[in-house]
Design a protein. Structure first.
Lengths: 443, 214
């Protein structure tokens, strides 16, 4: 226990620091509520005294003691809760322990759970299991005991439950909670999803059944069980006949309501989107006396709306999205339409970004100096190389006569490509527009 | 090129747009009629026998593709130019496969629209840079092809031409670039259009449907 304390302290210190700037793990909602929470997260005043660890306000069933311990130890909170449960069977020791730990803990601030490697987590799990067993044996010797027939089956069943419900892998745990939040009332699907599940579920289920059987056997309940099962079955059928149709209708109603709610949420989202973007832009256009500026506004809005309609919004890591953004910027600044075409769209990486940036320079250049009415940007991404072209129908230029500032920009296009192991060539004849060609081999 | 006026027919469910296009088309064209519904359009086009039909991609009742397919069954000589505000790949590919000779967006300048109609009228295909990009994407890679390999792959020359279209070059400049005649370029583009319409390349359809998910 002693080694937990410093970890907890530093943990809290770091979480307080993190909460000052919006943490990526725990995005705090803006507004007064966040302010309030913010204040309560300040380091505890000395009057509150020493705290072994902090209770978790986000992950809690009772007071967050188990959640806090889990965050400190890197174990699944479920393991801690089950351990408390089993110990509670041993003459109420778990309850006493829980209260003691609660009094030793501090007011919680949310922080990311310690994530351990799979192996380390398994080791800790085993350690906790052994500690628990040892404690139980000790309590048994001391006479604090509700009886073998209750505690040991409880322990076996708890281990089974741990097997089914815990995930040592942090990634998997995240996926798990995402899944669980999406499928709130569907424990079966939640359990059966995932790679390692079948084995775990089988093993865990077996242990739980074993625990129950041991409990029943110890109480000579097997003789009675047949009658009980029969009675239960008859009752269930009776209840189903009485309440079945009503339950069915209720379920349908609930799902109808849910669908309606989803639909109205979608409508609200669409209204918000149209209001924030389209209506605003239309209002702007009406107030814009300059035709070119109005066209630029309309084009920018069109691009944004398209991205939203065709589901590209939010996929900002695609090359096409980056190019659209670039085109938008140029259009807003210089009122020259920029047409972008991407073949083999893919995610951006550093080297492709260099190509896109060079494209941006070339496009900006063309918009600024060439007097072009239209700029075409074409990027093709193949498995082994990236090629990009920026073409304008402007006045073109003779490279030997370019003014100083333009030479700098040219260098920055060529220099950027060369630094990234690529090449750039600029073909331009006065009066016939300019064609910038970029090429980069991909590793 | 065409001598005399070209008979065109307009199909669009946006009245405002119809009257806009009608006023933009110069003296080189005679508007035979217009329709704003799929069934009306099919009947009227069969009646008036226009040479070129401008058809909107999105319309209630099956959209432009339904009009094109129905008319081409009875009047295979009718040429279609698709017009749309959508440039979603699946819409574009679908309308071309239905039989349109080309595709332009509604933001096209009046002069360019007139040129496009004339090209379609004389039997050429109209590929915008974006459509060229889609086709390169759709025929990209060397995946497994089914059926006729001649239809399922683009030749290197066709790829070159498509790339130049996607880069924003007009046919005339492409011809100069590749030291070919404009006629040859047009032939290549028509060949690509034919492949786009007839190829049952597995990836083509899959590509179009998957675009939503990617």
């Amino acid at each position: 226990m002693a080694d937990i304390a410093p970890a907890a302290d530093s943990d809290r210190a770091s979480s307080a620091r993190v909460s000052d700037g919006a943490s990526p793990h725990q995005p705090s909602p803006p507004g007064p509520a966040a302010e309030l929470r913010h204040r309560s997260e300040r380091p505890q005043p000395p009057a509150r005294g020493f705290a072994l660890f902090v209770r978790s306000p986000s992950d809690r069933v009772l007071t967050g003691v188990a959640g806090g311990l889990a965050a400190v130890s890197g174990l699944d909170p479920l393991v801690i809760r089950l351990a408390f449960g089993v110990l509670a069977l041993a003459g109420g020791a778990g309850i006493v322990l829980y209260l003691v730990l609660w009094s030793l803990s501090g007011e919680g601030s949310p922080h990311a759970a310690l994530s351990l490697s799979r192996r380390a987590a398994t080791q800790r799990l085993i350690a906790v299991g052994l500690m628990l067993t040892g404690t139980l044996l000790l309590l048994r010797e001391a006479g604090l005991w509700f009886g073998d027939a209750l505690v040991w089956p409880g322990m076996v069943a708890a281990v089974g439950s741990t097997l089914i419900w815990t995930r040592s892998d942090a990634d998997e745990r995240a996926r798990w909670s995402r899944l669980a939040s999406r499928l709130p009332g569907r424990p079966v699907e939640t359990v059966l999803r995932g790679k390692v599940s079948p084995l775990r579920v089988l093993g865990g289920g077996f242990l739980i059944v074993l625990g129950m059987a041991a409990f029943l056997a110890a109480h000579d309940a097997f003789a009675a069980i047949r009658n009980v099962l029969f009675a239960v079955a008859v009752t269930v059928i009776g209840v189903a006949l009485v309440f079945g149709p009503w339950l069915w209708r209720l379920a349908r109603q609930v799902s109808d309501e849910r669908r309606e709610r989803i639909r109205s949420e979608e409508r609200a989202e669409m209204a918000a989107q149209l209001h924030d973007s389209v209506l605003q832009t239309l209002a702007l256009i009406q107030r814009t006396p300059d035709r070119e500026e109005a066209v630029a506004l309309a084009r920018g809005q069109e691009r944004e709306l398209r991205a939203w309609l065709y589901g590209r919004a939010g996929k900002t890591d695609l090359v096409s999205a980056a190019l659209d953004q670039m085109a938008d910027r140029v259009e807003q600044l210089h009122h020259v339409p920029v047409e972008t075409v991407v073949v083999g769209d893919t995610r951006m990486d550093d080297r492709i970004r260099a190509v896109v940036d060079a494209c941006g320079e070339a496009t900006m250049n063309a918009a600024k100096h060439s007097g072009a009415k239209q700029i075409a940007v074409f990027v093709e991404i193949e498995p082994d190389r990236v090629t990009a072209y920026v073409k304008d129908d402007g006045r073109g230029f003779d490279r030997s006569e370019i003014p100083g500032d333009r030479r700098g920009i040219t260098d920055s296009i060529e220099g950027r490509m060369q630094r990234n192991g690529g090449s750039a060539s600029i073909v331009s004849t006065p009066g016939e527009g300019t064609d910038v060609q970029l090429e980069l081999t991909r590793r | 090129m065409a001598t005399g006026e070209i008979h065109v027919f307009l199909v669009d469910d946006h009245r405002l747009f119809l009257s806009g296009v009608r006023s933009e088309l110069g003296s080189d064209f005679i508007v035979d009629g217009e329709a704003s519904e799929v069934d009306d359009a099919i009947a009227l086009i069969r009646d008036t026998r226009p040479e070129v039909v401008l058809v909107d991609v999105h319309m209630p009742g099956g959209g432009g593709a339904a009009v094109i397919e129905a008319v081409l069954r009875t009047h295979p000589d009718t040429r279609f130019l698709a017009l749309s505000v959508s440039d979603a790949p699946e819409d574009v590919i679908a309308i071309i496969r239905a039989g349109a000779r080309g595709y332009v967006t509604k933001t096209i300048a009046p002069l360019e629209l007139a040129d496009a109609i004339k090209s379609v009228h004389s039997g050429d295909a109209i590929f915008s840079p974006r459509l060229a990009g889609f086709v390169l994407d759709a025929f990209g890679g060397n995946g497994p092809e089914i059926g006729d390999p001649e239809l399922d792959l683009l030749t290197n020359r066709e790829r070159e031409v498509l790339r130049l279209i996607a880069r924003g070059y007009p046919y005339k400049e492409i011809a100069k670039h590749l030291s070919l005649s404009v006629k040859t370029i047009e032939a290549h583009v028509s060949a690509v259009l034919r492949k786009l319409q007839l190829s049952n390349r597995y990836e083509l359809t899959r590509w179009a449907t998957e675009r939503r998910i990617v």
